[in-house]
Design a binder for this molecule. Structure first.
Ligand SMILES: [Zn+2]
Length: 327
C-alpha cells in the first residue's frame, strides 16, 4: 500500500513541470550547444533564442496570438490539452549554424523519429509534434521580420497535429491550411511557403505567394473560383505535402476559414472525428490510401452533414459572395 502511495507521489512529481525545470532545460541546451541564448517562458511556450530579447519578443507575441486564436476556434482550454506535460519549446537560431546545433541537441536528447535531423536540417524552420513538442527556426537567410510569421504558422501545424493526438499523419491540406490560416489571422498577411515541397525555400513557383496580404490572396482564390480553375476537395484531400502548390494551399486555408465561419463547433467535431477515424494500419506513413479518404468523408459528414462535393459547392458560393462573416 505504502509502495503504491510512494509510487503515486513520485509519478505526480514527475508530471509537474516547474519553471525551474524549464530553466534547467535551458541551461542544458546552452551547455550542449555553447550558444548564448535568451531564455523566456511565455503563457504557452518556452523560448531559447540565439537572437536577443528585442528580436525574439515579436515571435513570442505572434505564437501567443496564434495560439489564442486556435483556443478560441477549437474550444481548447489550456496548453496541456495540446502540448502534453510541458509547454511547447521554441528554439531560435540566429543563423543556420546555430539552428543545426539546436537540432542536434534536440535529436540527441529526444530522438523523435529516425531521420529527424536529415528532414529538419535543409529547412529554415521545422516543427516536431511528438515527445517534446517543439519548433525550430533561424534568422538567416530568412530575415528577422519573417520569423514572427513562421512562429504563427508553425503553431498552426502543431495544433492540427496535436489536437486529439495520435501518432499518425493528418491530411496535408489541413495541416498546411491551418498554418496559413493562423498566420493570416495573426497578421492579415502570410510570408510562409512550406507548401509546394519547398519547406522554407522561397524559390520556384511559390515565390509569388511569399509576403502576400490576406486580402490579395483572398482575391486570387476568388478569381480561381470564378474561373472554376480550383481543384475539387476530393482531389485535394488525397494530396501529399509536396503536391500542395500555391493554388491548393490557397483553397485549403480558405476552406478552413469558411468551415470555421460557418460553424466552429462543427469544424472542431470534424477534426475530432477525423482523428478517431484515421487509419492506424500501416503506421505513420504519408502515402494516400482509400481508408484516409473514407476517414475524411465520415468526419465531414459527422461535423457538417456534408459530402466533399457539397462542401465544394457551399464554399464556392461563399467565396463568390466575398468570403464574408456568416450570420
Ligand atoms: Zn506550413
Amino acid at each position: 500500500m505504502l509502495k503504491i502511495r510512494l509510487l503515486t507521489i513520485v509519478m505526480l512529481a514527475l508530471v509537474r513541470v516547474s519553471a525551474q525545470d524549464y530553466k534547467a532545460e535551458y541551461e542544458e541546451i546552452k551547455a550542449a550547444t555553447k550558444i548564448r541564448l535568451w531564455f523566456h517562458e511565455s503563457d504557452n511556450f518556452v523560448w531559447a533564442s540565439g537572437l536577443n530579447a528585442a528580436q525574439t519578443r515579436p515571435c513570442v507575441r505572434a505564437a501567443e496570438k496564434a495560439f489564442s486564436i486556435w483556443k478560441e476556434v477549437s474550444g481548447t482550454a489550456t496548453w496541456r490539452e495540446m502540448w502534453g506535460r510541458t509547454k511547447c519549446l521554441v528554439l531560435v537560431g540566429k543563423n543556420k549554424s546555430q539552428y543545426r546545433k539546436l537540432l542536434r541537441w534536440y535529436e540527441k536528447k529526444h530522438d523523435p523519429y529516425p531521420g529527424f535531423i536529415q528532414a529538419a536540417t535543409p529547412n529554415n524552420y521545422f516543427p516536431n509534434q511528438n515527445k517534446r513538442v517543439a519548433f525550430f527556426m533561424h534568422a538567416r537567410p530568412l530575415d528577422i521580420k519573417t520569423l514572427p510569421y513562421v512562429a504563427a504558422h508553425e503553431v498552426g501545424h502543431l495544433c492540427v497535429w496535436r489536437f486529439r493526438w495520435n501518432q499518425y499523419f493528418v491530411p496535408p491540406w489541413l495541416e498546411e491550411g491551418m498554418g496559413l490560416y493562423l498566420e493570416a489571422r495573426t497578421f492579415n498577411r502570410t510570408r510562409c511557403y512550406c507548401f509546394g515541397g519547398s519547406y522554407g525555400d522561397a524559390s520556384g513557383s511559390s515565390e509569388k505567394l511569399f509576403d502576400i496580404a490576406w486580402s490579395k490572396w483572398k482575391e486570387t482564390v476568388r478569381q480561381m473560383v470564378r474561373k472554376r480553375s480550383d481543384k475539387q476537395m476530393k482531389t485535394i484531400l488525397r494530396l501529399r505535402h509536396n503536391q500542395i502548390g500555391g493554388p491548393e494551399a490557397g483553397k485549403s486555408w480558405s476552406v478552413i476559414d469558411f468551415m470555421i465561419k460557418k460553424d466552429k463547433k462543427a469544424f472542431t467535431r470534424f477534426m475530432r472525428q477525423l482523428k478517431s477515424y484515421w487509419p492506424q494500419k500501416g503506421g505513420p506513413s504519408p502515402a494516400f490510401t482509400p481508408e484516409k479518404q473514407k476517414a475524411q468523408e465520415r468526419a465531414l459528414k459527422d461535423g457538417f452533414d456534408w459530402t466533399f462535393d457539397q462542401l465544394d459547392a457551399e464554399w464556392r458560393a461563399w467565396a463568390k459572395k466575398g468570403m464574408k462573416k456568416i450570420e
